[in-house]
Write a protein that binds this ligand. Structure first.
Ligand code: ADP
Ligand code: MG
Length: 674
């Protein structure tokens, strides 16, 4: 192989620096320390055998293959290089032996092995003393080649421990060099099962280091942002005071606690970096408004970004209702605005004076500039990519100061996950629903019982209530999704003659969406047929019935979010999950979870279990490099340990902290926290 070819293959495996090689850990181990006579090989278990090579040939039946005849054993290769044929022919001439590792099976010519790993040896060549590691590799790069590179990297000078001895001792950790040596070069007598089990002390050290690097890099990012300047905002200015004196409802204890946390952050001359999480309907929006008023009291602007046009409009209306009496200007940046309108808005943002701008990601577009942005609120933050989230922050007033940041999310993150992925944020949690809410009753109903569901909708509407009918997601075709919703709307309107049935989907012009939503909010539409556009944030308290069609096609957090659209008023609400025949086992499991759990945290925990953190968050969204070695749920104790070690290191051993991040993340470090 050419040097360039080799380098390319290694690069494909992500192997460039010394540490990349050192951390390219075995998938498993093979035991070649003893030879098994071919005749005694047990069925179903790989063994190491040795036999004299007699001849080699390429046969074409049933398909092209290399057949190597050795004494009492046939080896078969369906993928091979011409050089391999030559190699075996030469071995046959020289009376060499083949030492092969694999499963022996009975075949046409007697004992056979298909695609064994093999080595040509002379008689009496000593067996390895210890287990042979098997590495993840790529086509055309042999285990032997890869192994020799890795061992060379291991031996390329001392591998210093990044962690001070007291830290190792406190967490009962093995030294780093010893751990990686052990994994790559198991000592004689070490058993494969022990090493392959990732609870082995050597593995634990590697996983700990990985988690620690992640914690440290996020803390460094947090600290460097925290060192920047931000306007200190008053907690007791006249606007906020007036607003709190005339709230439309009394804040819950949890809302008051979170308000104090937010206001304390805002009062400091450094940027707040806070995540506010609270289940659907827990009342996060009013806290955003409170934060905006603190900014307004300081004479500053705020921006509130929402993931959908629908939600941004709803926020706009709510904020206007709350803030207009205080003479705080509320602006709405939306799609489909005329040039003149947009120009006027952009000019208003350039002018000083307190105001609140609300919009979708249109807020972070080119050309949108704020004169005095002091606060950036991102609602349903998990719906945005990192870059969108961060670009709102960068709409601040130049390099020296950053706006305060408030991220809000109704997708509660299980604790282990939030400890790792939100380690660079302060987290506030609203763990209480406003009083008088009754839990939504969830019903699982077979699609065949649709007529009963229709009767139920009629009855609810007759009592002055309203209902949603959500049509299934069609991932691969938004077009088809729209058609399905349109067809369902027509059918339901015919079946429920006399009821005002509205239609909402993502492809409608913004104006029409807004008008429909408004008519639903005003009670003019009784049944709203919709795609998942109503999933996030939509708040119409009079709606008390939610029907989700083909519920088995939705994800868990999606179902939970949708269910959260009802149960917002004082009335008992019901969520009907219509399911089709022939449910798969996972679909059944999902429906069972949503049926049994009303608590968003529990739903999220189960969702995480089912999907794993990668899918649950998505690398693009989290902006945090995924873990290669550690598993959050399984290694919960290590996550805790790494978190406390990170604090200790930053405090007492800053050099070690820096060295550790450099070792693990190197040039990738800036990527995680742009
Ligand atoms: P979410 O946390 O899902 O964004 P919202 O902020 O939309 O929730 O609030 C849900 C509903 O509850 C809204 O109608 C809101 O006005 C109302 N609400 C919020 N806080 C309270 C409270 N303390 N008491 C009564 N109603 C409240
Ligand atoms: Mg909300």
């Amino acid at each position: 192989m050419s040097a360039g070819g080799l380098a390319r293959k290694l690069a494909k495996l992500g192997l460039r620096s010394r540490l990349d090689f050192v951390l390219h850990l075995p998938l498993r181990y093979e035991d070649e320390t003893t030879l098994t006579p071919v005749g005694e090989a047990p069925a179903g278990r790989p063994v190491c055998v040795e036999a004299v090579v007699q001849r080699a040939e390429v046969a074409y039946r049933p398909r092209r293959q290399l057949i190597v005849h050795a004494e009492g054993l046939v080896l078969r290769f369906f993928h091979f290089y011409p050089s391999q044929l030559k190699q075996f022919e030469r071995a046959a001439e020289n009376g060499q032996r083949v030492r092969a590792f694999g499963e022996v099976k009975p075949g046409w010519f007697g004992a056979e092995m298909a695609h064994p790993r093999y080595r040509l040896v002379r008689e009496g060549e000593p067996l390895p003393q210890a287990l042979t590691p098997v590495y993840p590799t790529t086509a055309g790069l042999s285990q032997a080649e890869l192994r020799s590179r890795i061992l060379a990297a291991l031996d390329d000078g001392p591998l210093e421990d990044t962690l001070p001895a007291p830290v190792l001792a406190r967490h009962g950790l093995a030294p780093f060099a010893e751990s990686v040596q052990r994994l790559h070069r198991p000592p004689p007598g070490e058993q494969a099962e022990g090493l392959e089990d990732r609870a082995h002390p050597a593995w634990r050290r590697v996983k700990f280091d990985e988690l620690l690097a992640q914690q440290l890099s996020m803390r460094f990012a947090y600290r460097s942002r925290r060192a920047r300047a931000a306007p200190a905002l008053p907690s007791d200015g006249p606007l906020l005071t007036r607003f709190l004196g005339s709230l439309p409802f009394a804040l819950t204890a949890a809302q008051r606690r979170v308000m104090d946390e937010i206001l304390a952050d805002l009062a400091s001359p450094h940027p707040m970096q806070r995540l506010l999480q609270g289940d659907v309907g827990s009342g996060k929006t009013i806290l955003a408004a409170i934060a905006c008023l603190a900014a307004a009291d300081g004479g500053f602007q705020s921006a509130v970004m929402a993931p959908t046009e629908l939600l941004s409009e709803q926020h706009y209306r709510k904020f206007r209702e709350w803030l207009s009496p205080l003479d705080v200007e509320v602006l709405w940046l939306r799609g489909g605005q005329s040039r003149a309108e947009r120009k006027a808005l952009l000019q208003a943002l350039q002018a000083p004076g307190p105001k609140v701008a609300i919009g979708t990601h249109a807020l972070v577009q080119e050309g949108v500039d704020f004169a005095r942005l002091a606060l950036a609120v991102v609602d349903e933050q998990h719906r945005f990519g990192v870059h969108q989230r961060l670009s709102l922050r960068n709409k601040g007033r130049g390099a020296e100061a950053l706006p305060h940041q408030l991220m809000m999310s109704a997708t509660p993150i299980p604790r282990t996950l939030s400890m790792t992925y939100y380690a660079d944020l302060d987290v506030s949690t609203i763990d209480e629903l406003p009083p008088g809410r009754r839990p939504v009753a969830t019903r699982l109903v077979a699609a065949a019982r649709r007529p009963e569901v229709l009767a139920r909708i009629r009855a609810a509407c007759a009592e002055g209530q309203q209902a949603y009918w959500v049509c299934p997601v069609i991932e691969e075709s938004p077009e088809g999704e729209m058609q399905a919703a349109t067809a369902t709307h027509a059918t339901l309107a015919a079946e429920l003659r006399g009821l005002a049935v509205g239609l909402l989907h993502g492809r409608l012009p913004a104006q029409e969406k807004a008008a429909t939503m408004q008519r639903f909010a005003a009670g003019e539409i009784q049944l709203l047929v919709s795609t998942t556009v109503v999933e996030v944030g939509v708040d119409v308290p009079n709606a008390s019935l939610m029907v989700i069609e083909s519920a088995e096609r939705f994800g868990l957090s999606q179902l939970h979010q949708l269910r959260g659209r009802v149960g917002r008023g004082a009335r008992e609400s019901v969520c009907i999950l219509l399911f089709s025949d022939n449910l798969s086992a996972t679909a059944r499991e999902r429906l069972k979870i949503i049926y049994e759990n009303a608590d968003g945290f529990e739903v999220a925990r189960r969702d995480l279990e089912l999907r794993g953190p990668g899918e649950f968050l998505g690398e693009r969204q989290s902006g945090v490099p995924m873990l290669r070695f550690a598993e959050l749920e399984r290694d919960r104790d290590l996550v805790e340990a790494a978190r406390s070690a990170a604090a200790e290191l930053m405090d007492r051993y800053p050099e070690a902290a820096r060295a550790h991040v450099a070792r693990w993340l190197g040039s990738r470090e800036d990527l995680s926290h742009a």
